[in-house]
Design a protein around this ligand. Structure first.
Ligand code: DC
Length: 212
């Protein structure tokens, strides 16, 4: 089990996916699970402050790993994660939805179920709470301006200022939701290429396995 924690735009999805391919392990993006609950709440008109109703939604969603893809990846209600999960509407509410302990409890349980046989799991609280016994716990960071620039590019050149504001707001709320991690490896990806980040993590993993 490898845990990749970090804020939005730190490069954790790129790293986690490539690492999963490299190691031939399933890849689990736990942010998509919080996003799925948020999207369903928007569709049903559920109040983002109603923890009990949100927990009901979380309990009703079907999360699985599709083992027919390389790497095996998350399926939600039997389908690949929809692009709507990354919409500004979901983005604006996802931290608020993620705040509820009932919701976190259900999703963390699902994450442990999906990851129990091993995998590369990314999120905000994976190395701290979900898989504290992971073989390697990585904290990936990057300067806020770089994170916003990456996210804006991903969204097709969205206005940088709006993206910066949205990321800052999410950082503030997310920090309240999860404990700080003392990682095995902390990397600042601001000036590193994705290849270099992958290389450094693989090196750290080899060292760790060598030690074990
Ligand atoms: O990784 P992401 O940006 O797609 O995550 C979306 C939101 O979900 C993030 O702002 C906070 C929440 N989240 C969380 O609270 N815990 C996780 N393990 C993953 C995501």
């Amino acid at each position: 089990m490898i845990a990749i924690d970090g804020p939005a735009g730190s490069g954790k999805s790129t790293l986690a996916r490539r690492l999963a391919l490299e190691l031939d392990l399933p890849y689990l993006n736990t942010g998509l699970m919080y996003r799925a609950v948020t999207l369903e709440a928007i569709r049903r008109g559920v109040d983002p402050d109603d923890g009990a109703a949100l927990a009901e939604i979380a309990r009703g969603l079907r999360f699985e790993l599709d083992r027919s893809t390389r790497p095996p990846e998350l399926r939600i209600e039997g389908a690949p994660p929809s692009p709507e999960l990354r919409s500004p509407e979901v983005e604006a509410l996802v931290s608020r939805v993620s705040r509820h302990p009932e919701v976190r409890g259900i999703l963390r349980g699902e994450q442990r179920r999906l990851g129990h046989a091993g995998g590369v799991v990314e999120g905000r609280d994976i190395g701290t709470v979900v898989f504290p016994d992971a073989t390697l716990r990585v904290l990936l960071t990057a300067h806020p301006e770089e994170r916003a620039a990456r996210r804006a590019r991903e969204l097709g050149e969205a206005p940088l200022e709006a993206v910066e504001r949205s990321i800052e707001a999410r950082d503030r709320e997310d920090e309240r939701n999860v404990p700080a991690l003392e990682p095995d490896l902390e990397l600042d990806s601001t000036a590193l290429s994705p290849d270099r980040v992958l290389e450094l993590v693989l090196e750290a993993l080899r060292e760790r396995i060598g030690e074990a």
